[in-house]
Write a protein that binds this ligand. Structure first.
Ligand SMILES: NC(=O)c1ccc[n+]([C@@H]2O[C@H](COP(=O)([O-])OP(=O)(O)OC[C@H]3O[C@@H](n4cnc5c(N)ncnc54)[C@H](O)[C@@H]3O)[C@@H](O)[C@H]2O)c1
Length: 368
């Protein structure tokens, strides 16, 4: 048996024991990821080094009875990356997503992450990645808010409190110390109420209210996060938006062109959207028809000259001090993020290191 081919397997429980849900730590790690992104010390897929990943697109119809067909949030996706700095590791997040999973009592998406030695290619860890992935996703709006929310933000609106929405809420609470009120809207009112109960327990002194509409979650909120799933995105009207609001969008919201044109658009990595544009340039229906709502919409607007590239701000540049974050208390900022494999590699590696320190997981050998 060649011990150089040993790797660590972490199931979901072990990943959590090793800190996969440690949001405060994850926000710091994601901040570091954006520094590495801003410096360019990373590689993602494709010759342009910036691909989000490769997706299996399911057809609307198929003559093959068992072949999956298109459905709400139904996809398979492989996200690959190398991350430098103190990581120097390659990895992949691989997941399947299907909204219909809920009918079987399963989460919408089921995820695994593989980490590999960047020089030899040997696997070093295989991790269950549900907690890993929701925590890293929840930490990204927080990094955006750390640099771009109004410092006096006291009201947080949260739309959609599935696993991702709850993680975003937690992340935002790590970086917004002045929040006094959290307003929660979800089509599932029980989920909204349960989240409010949890918020009041976790953050004594904060008032949490389940509200009956998107409008009530948005009005008077200093920061608004949207993390719903399904075919229809919540519509947010311009007149509901408070001056100086930060809108964080790990999922889509329906916004007018005017809102997009009169807000600062902050993105996780514009080069990733350029990579999408190369990949999708010959597909009919424009980008919006082929890429999840707000990302495709933003790309169509930029291609058509309705918003200008030079006005779109990369979070990596803000974190590195190359571009300012918020420039005034009046500025409205929309943070659009599609998620990047470098986030999964960084958080997976951090949890793997902690698991080794704690002696968690099962050591396996690839060639046995
Ligand atoms: N940007 C990223 O990196 C990233 C990563 C992971 C997931 N996501 C996205 O986050 C979203 C949420 O993922 P999840 O796993 O939490 O999904 P989920 O299905 O578990 O939860 C979604 C929640 O939204 C609620 N909801 C659906 N439509 C709504 C509406 N119109 N108004 C209010 N509430 C509504 C549902 O009742 C549910 O509670 C998905 O769209 C997913 O694609 C983004």
């Amino acid at each position: 048996m060649d011990e150089r081919l040993d790797f660590l397997f972490l199931n979901e429980k072990e990943a959590i024991q090793a800190g996969a849900n440690d949001m405060a730590r994850c926000v710091d790690v994601m901040d570091e990821v954006f520094q590495l992104l801003g410096q360019g010390d990373y590689l993602m897929g494709c010759p342009n080094h910036n691909a989000h990943g490769i997706k299996i697109y399911f057809p609307k119809e198929t003559p093959f009875p068992r072949m999956p067909v298109k459905g709400p949030d139904r996809r398979f996706m492989a996200l690959v990356a190398y991350l430098g700095g103190r990581y120097h590791v390659c990895g992949e997040k691989w997941y399947g997503s299907n909204l219909a999973n809920r009918e079987q009592g399963l989460p919408r998406s089921i995820l695994t992450t593989v980490l590999n030695n960047a020089d030899t290619g040997a696997p070093i860890a295989i991790l269950s990645a549900n907690a890993l992935s929701s925590t890293r996703t929840g930490a990204i709006p927080a990094v955006g808010a750390k640099y771009c929310a109004r410092k006096d933000s006291s009201v947080l609106g949260v739309i959609g409190v599935g696993v991702i929405g709850r993680a975003c809420l937690q992340g935002l609470m790590c970086v917004l110390p002045n929040i006094k009120t959290v307003k929660v809207y979800d089509l599932d009112q029980k989920a909204a109420q349960d989240t409010c109960g949890q918020v009041e327990k976790d953050y004594p002194g904060v008032r949490a209210v389940a509200v009956p509409s998107v409008e009530e979650a948005v009005r008077d909120s200093d920061v608004v996060n949207v993390a719903t799933s399904g075919a229809v995105s919540p519509e947010i009207k311009e007149e509901w938006l408070k001056e100086g609001v930060l809108l964080t969008l790990p999922a889509s919201a329906a916004l007018t062109k005017h809102v997009m044109q009169t807000s600062t658009i902050l993105v996780d990595d514009w080069k990733m959207y350029e990579a999408y544009a190369q990949e999708l340039r010959d597909e009919p229906g424009g980008f919006a028809a082929n890429l999840s709502g707000i990302c495709g919409y933003m790309m169509d607007l930029e291609r058509d000259g309705e918003i200008r590239r030079e006005d779109i701000v990369d979070l990596g540049d803000v974190v590195m001090g190359k571009r300012p974050g918020r420039t005034s208390d009046q500025e409205r900022i929309i943070f659009i993020m599609d998620g990047m494999p470098i986030e999964d590699v960084a958080w997976g590696y951090t949890v793997y290191e902690k698991a080794k320190e704690l002696g968690l997981g099962t050591k396996l050998n690839l060639w046995g």
